[in-house]
Design a protein around this ligand. Structure first.
Ligand code: MG
Length: 242
């Protein structure tokens, strides 16, 4: 049996923090993830909006596949660690993205994060009303420049082309041909991938939070909070016959 187990990171394994650099996955959860990655029957995938370097900082597990930036890049086991060891030189961002960055002018307390293929405006440290108008303005500016826009929890991401977690997961699954497929995620950017997994006969869970206490789709089962994901990971960390 090959079990393709894909997990989002922020809001799924790491509690949402004020800034992306403050987020952490608890050590006990990391230990369980390492057990999963070491299982011969498990192919562990981290599917995240983060860039590769910050994803690997949160879950430094070389045996896993990483699909950072919503799957814009896919690193087979060992590849991300090796790319980071070589200095992680990415191609420069294009001129339209740089223009968006120069004109975005976010309010104090908001953060613009630079990724390999995209820029993201984070507004978690702003009052809700101010955050909402900053996100709207950033999205409107990006759309006017012809950039693709992706909205998540307290974040607007802009890129020249939009990657999709569903497409990334579909291409990883096509390569692995798993007999079991699972995905857990907590945000609007996970919904298409979760529904796709379900259509393949896999198990998909949306992680509820105080911000989004119910399932965003009538067909999607939920885990009630991030602690439920940690318990689920712990229950599956060791092989059934171990
Ligand atoms: Mg998330």
């Amino acid at each position: 049996m090959t079990w393709l187990l894909a997990l989002d990171i922020d809001g799924t394994l790491a509690p949402i923090a004020g800034t992306p650099s403050d987020a952490l996955v608890p050590d006990t959860v990391l230990a369980d993830l390492r057990c999963l990655a070491a299982r011969a029957d498990v192919h562990l995938v981290f599917l995240t909006g983060r860039d590769g370097a910050s994803a690997f900082r949160l879950v430094p597990i070389a045996q896993a596949t990483f699909a950072p930036e919503h799957g814009a890049c896919i690193y087979a086991p060992g590849e991300l660690q090796s790319w980071l060891a070589q200095g992680a030189k990415a191609p420069p961002l294009g001129p339209v993205l740089l223009e968006w960055e120069a004109r975005c002018n976010p309010p104090a307390g908001a953060i613009i994060e630079r990724k390999t293929t995209a820029l993201a405006l984070h507004t978690r440290q702003l009052e809700p009303e101010c955050a909402s108008s900053a996100l709207d303005a950033a999205a409107e500016l990006a759309a006017g420049l012809g950039l693709a826009v992706l909205r998540g929890r307290g974040v607007v991401e802009v890129a020249e082309r939009l990657a999709s977690k569903r497409d990334a997961l579909a291409s990883i699954a096509a390569a692995i041909q798993p007999s079991r497929l699972s995905y857990i995620g907590d945000d609007t950017t996970d919904i298409e991938a979760l529904l796709w997994v379900q259509r393949q006969g896999g198990e998909a869970y949306f992680v509820c939070s105080s911000e989004r206490p119910t399932s965003p789709h009538p067909d999607l089962p939920t885990l009630s909070a991030i602690e439920s994901v940690w318990a689920w990971v712990h229950a599956h960390a060791r092989a059934p016959d171990a």
